[in-house]
Design a protein around this ligand. Structure first.
Ligand code: C6P
Length: 415
């Protein structure tokens, strides 16, 4: 039995007040809150064994190195990577995808090639490909969003040509909550000899992800959205692909031997981790993974399905509010984007903040999706995580009722 009140006790920030009201934190797609065990892991590192890794023979450095590599091992197990050597520590999902664009794509994309992505991408999985195809003289094609906000696979066969070298797609949309059929897309990419990159920024924190089952070539995610620290993320790369890749950053710690003329590279994954890494944050992410593993990813998913189902039901009471995203919870995560008549989402966010309710408003770094597909300037977005409760959904709905009263006619539903 999932005990959400016990879970809440693990997160110190959840007991604070905002504007005189208990904090209702519903901006989890932007970043999640942190459990005490993860905070303790950071404090423990800095107070007991702060040191650089892979460089020293002294005790502190060896302790730090062991903890850093243990974190890599834990995270590898969490996503079922064959080996910790398949994982490169980066700052975040954006950096992970850029690493692929500047290393793999720069060497492999040629004139006339194609990269396939989707209309529901975050800028981080769109802008690097716009740049990469422009540099190579290749083209970028997009899978469409269907009427029901799912990913439309009907044109996949035409999109995937022998010229297609990469299919880069999100496993869960940060605007719509749509969960895409990742395994199917990866298999289709492989049938034409293309590689597949999964943007897992919104999936790894919320659903069990198994990279061997997906069979993806690259998978990118951020620690800060999964109870871990900011400034640490992971790029998983399949061994045979990683072995062919050249480093993206060059310098300290990624080399084997250096002369004044040239250098050779360290073993994987160090070859891709130039300079002093974010040691504490990697260890913190390992602690976050321990926390999520103890709760169980299937239990977390179940909790979020129940909560989102409840939220969508309660949203129906607000006749002036429109929600966006699939109604089928088997292909939806805990993200609810919505608008209220002509009230600007920013104003909704401000009124809710007065009630202690934190949501995100804007284009959510998915400008083409929001503007050109949803035909909206912006949306308001509530996003749930493992510690949110039905009472918090009620606080959101109450806050929206207040917003609607406050804005009067402007809040009437758009025609
Ligand atoms: N989305 C949101 O509020 P970074 O910022 O690099 O950790 O993650 C980028 C990113 C990539 N892909 C998806 C699907 C994402 O949702 C995000 C981050 C946050 O929706 C911040 S913009």
């Amino acid at each position: 039995m999932y005990d959400v009140s016990a879970v809440r006790n693990d997160f110190p920030i959840l007991s604070r007040q905002v504007n005189g009201k208990p904090l209702v934190y519903l901006d989890n797609a932007a970043t999640s809150q942190k459990p005490q065990s993860m905070i303790d892991a950071l404090v423990d590192y800095y107070s007991r064994y702060n040191s650089n890794v892979h460089r020293g023979v002294h005790t502190l450095s060896m302790e730090a190195t062991d903890a850093y590599e243990l974190a890599r091992q834990k995270i590898a197990t969490f996503i079922n990577a064959p080996s910790p050597d398949n994982l490169i520590f980066v700052r975040n999902t954006s950096e992970a995808i850029n690493l692929v664009a500047y290393s793999w794509a720069a060497a492999n994309l040629k004139k006339g090639d194609r990269v396939v992505s989707t209309e529901m991408e975050h800028h981080s999985n769109l802008v690097p490909w716009q740049h990469a195809v422009a540099e190579a003289g290749a083209e970028l094609k997009l899978m469409k969003m269907a009427e029901d906000y799912s990913l439309d696979l009907s044109e996949l066969d035409e999109l995937l040509t022998p010229q297609t070298k990469l299919v880069a797609f999100t496993q869960m949309s940060n605007v719509l909550g749509t969960i895409t059929p990742a395994k199917e897309i990866v298999a289709a990419a492989h049938r034409v000899g293309a590689l597949a990159l999964v943007d897992a920024a919104q999936s790894v924190p919320h659903i069990a992800v198994d990279v061997q089952d997906l069979d993806c070539d690259f998978l990118a995610f951020s620690g800060h959205k999964m109870a871990g620290p900011m400034g640490i993320g992971v790029l998983y790369v399949k061994s045979e692909v990683l072995e062919q890749m050249e480093p993206f950053l060059r310098g300290g710690e990624m080399v084997l031997e250096v002369t004044y003329e040239k250098a050779t590279w360290a073993d994987l994954p160090m070859k891709f981790e130039a300079g002093t890494p974010s040691v504490a944050d990697s260890i913190g992410l390992g602690a976050a993974v321990d926390y999520l593993t103890a709760l169980g990813m299937d239990n977390i998913r179940q909790h979020e399905v129940e909560l989102t189902t409840y939220a969508l039901e309660r949203f129906k009471e607000l006749e002036e509010v429109t929600t966006y995203g699939p109604t089928d919870m088997s292909i939806r995560g805990g993200v609810v984007s919505f608008t209220m008549g002509n009230v600007h989402p920013h104003d909704i966010g401000q009124v809710l903040d007065q009630a202690g309710v934190a949501i995100r408003t804007g284009h959510h770094c998915a400008m083409p999706l929001v503007r050109s597909r949803l035909h909206l300037p912006a949306t308001a977005r509530a996003s749930f995580y493992l510690y949110n409760t039905e009472a918090e959904v009620d606080a959101l709905i109450d806050g929206l009722k207040t917003t609607s009263r406050f804005f009067g006619d402007a809040s009437s539903r758009r025609s």
